[in-house]
Write a protein that binds this ligand. Structure first.
Ligand code: CP
Ligand code: NVA
Length: 329
């Protein structure tokens, strides 16, 4: 699983619905003091999942380790100072060796080509746990969160029933956006992106996002603007992320200046004309400059259920790619 582009609408729908149904089943079981349901427990018994992380992580690390534990497997965390990768050994050699002893590699990298190279030389499935271009596990959790929040909409085999909703992304055009926008186009959700001049979606990425709509009769529309108010007009969900992603720390001052005026606030939502019952999402970690406390901790914020859903997204991805060997059932 390199990016959401790898998934058909039916596969993406199935992963999101599987994440939701595992959440409900495990919570019901744990609620009455039972072990996790048999459908999940033991599916990874005796298997090791290597987690190769070259960057910090709270949610992705905790959710992946907890998901593997729920499924009876062994999560092996390999931070950047733990293994030879990147210092003393090539991606090729590391991939061949680690995949010969484990059942899956979950990798957090800088350049996307690093995780693609790992996948190319691996004999086991590789899951992208964030690269400079994509964050597919986050997008599965985000759509689970949207699906839960608009529960009156009925899913089918290849649709979550979310067609016609509008997402507004206000902030940096980054890895989290690229996969989110791809899923929006695939799932019939319109997405409007407001970023400052010079921080928009690169052309090649835009083409890739739009190609997610090929063959989808209800494809969502992607629009771009530099005006936050334009993006939030009629939006059901407002989303943002940090203005300074990991690896961009040297540009922090320049970026904070460029993004002034892009903070999500209730005033912005009102001025721009977001839907009255709009929701707020953020992948976290969050900084106050991109969203103020009133919105982040307010009643319309979905950020903590969204973070929890990372666990269920990890369960669904491991089940689909490792237990069921890429057949997303
Ligand atoms: N949202 C997310 O991926 O968080 P972490 O960087 O803490 O894993
Ligand atoms: N865009 C952020 C996401 C972190 C989960 C980053 O790449 O640092």
């Amino acid at each position: 699983l390199m990016s959401i582009s790898d998934l058909s609408p039916a596969e993406f729908t199935r992963l999101v619905l599987n994440a939701s149904s595992h959440k409900a089943a495990v919570k019901a079981a744990i609620g009455v003091g039972q072990a996790p349901p048999q459908t999940l427990h033991g599916t990874l018994t005796g298997r090791t999942i290597a987690m190769m992380f070259s960057k910090r992580s709270t949610r992705t690390r905790v959710s992946t380790e907890a998901a593997v534990a729920l499924m009876g497997g062994h999560p092996m965390f390999l931070g950047k100072d733990d293994i030879q990768l990147g210092v003393n050994e090539s991606l090729h050699d590391t991939s061949v060796v680690v995949s010969s002893m484990t059942s899956c590699m979950v990798a957090r990298v800088g350049p996307h080509s690093d995780v693609a190279n790992l996948a190319q030389h691996s004999s086991v499935p590789v899951i992208n746990a964030l690269s400079d271009d994509y964050h597919p596990l986050q997008t599965i959790a985000d759509f689970q969160t949207i699906h839960e929040s608009f529960e009156a909409r009925v899913p089918t085999d290849s649709s979550l029933g979310l067609e016609g909703l509008k997402v507004a992304w206000v902030g940096d055009s980054n890895n989290v956006l690229f996969d989110l926008a791809t899923a929006c186009v695939k799932m019939g959700v319109d997405i409007s992106v407001a970023s400052p001049t010079g921080y928009g979606i690169p052309d090649a990425m835009k083409q890739l996002i739009l190609s997610a709509g090929n063959g989808v009769s209800t494809a969502g529309k992607l629009s771009e603007t530099t005006v936050p108010e334009e993006a939030v007009k009629d939006a059901d969900v407002l989303v943002t992320d940090t203005w300074v992603s990991m690896g961009q720390e040297a540009e922090a001052k320049k970026r904070l200046e460029a993004f002034a005026g892009y903070q999500i606030t209730n005033e912005l939502a009102k001025r721009g004309g977001a839907k009255p019952d709009w929701k707020f999402m953020h992948c976290l970690p969050r900084h106050p400059e991109e969203v103020d406390d009133e919105v982040f901790y307010g009643p319309q914020s979905l950020v903590f259920p969204e973070a929890e859903n990372r666990l269920w997204a990890a369960v669904a991805a491991l089940e689909g790619f490792v237990v069921n060997k890429g057949r997303i059932l």
